[in-house]
Design a protein around this ligand. Structure first.
Ligand SMILES: Cc1cc2nc3c(=O)[nH]c(=O)nc-3n(C[C@H](O)[C@H](O)[C@H](O)COP(=O)(O)O)c2cc1C
Length: 139
């Protein structure tokens, strides 16, 4: 299996990247091919892609024949506000995108930022994101 991670935080070595580090560690442990893309670094080229009209055949993100139809999607989120209050808006949007694009939504793993980087280095956070990695590749 191949896993593509689109790391959306502008802080390339921040909280989200820290959580992703253990996620990747587990994926590699399970012999999974991982590609890690930092969106911040690729923002200019992505703008070009995301701004193209949906009708454009080459990069269409919806309906039949789209490039990523049938793929699985999972979310790893870090947030300051409490659990669902923080994550729900993003998850709802992603779920809708999955329906729209015929993607399979696997689920979300999230950790709250209570103590900066240390929040993402606890045993609970690390084992949680590793278990999530195993779930992602088992589905
Ligand atoms: C400018 C700014 C805005 C933020 N807005 C939110 C927010 O709307 N909801 C939330 O749950 N956390 C918010 N946070 C907290 C961050 O999401 C949280 O600290 C996260 O772990 C940062 O991840 P990063 O280090 O990968 O960027 C915000 C933090 C900053 C600095």
């Amino acid at each position: 299996m191949n896993v593509l991670i689109l790391m959306g935080s502008p802080r390339l070595h921040g909280n989200t990247a820290e959580l992703c580090k253990y996620f990747i560690e587990e994926l590699k442990e399970q012999s999974t091919e991982v590609k890690y893309i930092e969106l911040e670094k690729n923002y200019k080229s992505l703008q070009g892609v995301l701004c193209l009209p949906e009708r454009s055949r080459r990069v269409r993100l919806c309906a039949e024949g789209c490039l990523w139809e049938g793929k699985q999607v999972a979310i790893i989120a870090t947030h300051g506000y409490d659990g669902e209050y923080a994550t729900e808006p993003f998850e709802v949007g992603m779920k809708r995108l999955c329906i729209h694009s015929n993607l399979k939504y696997v689920g979300m793993y999230s950790v709250q930022d209570n103590d900066n980087l240390a929040s993402f280095q606890t045993n609970e956070a690390i084992e949680g994101v590793k278990a999530f990695a195993r779930k992602v590749i088992s589905e």
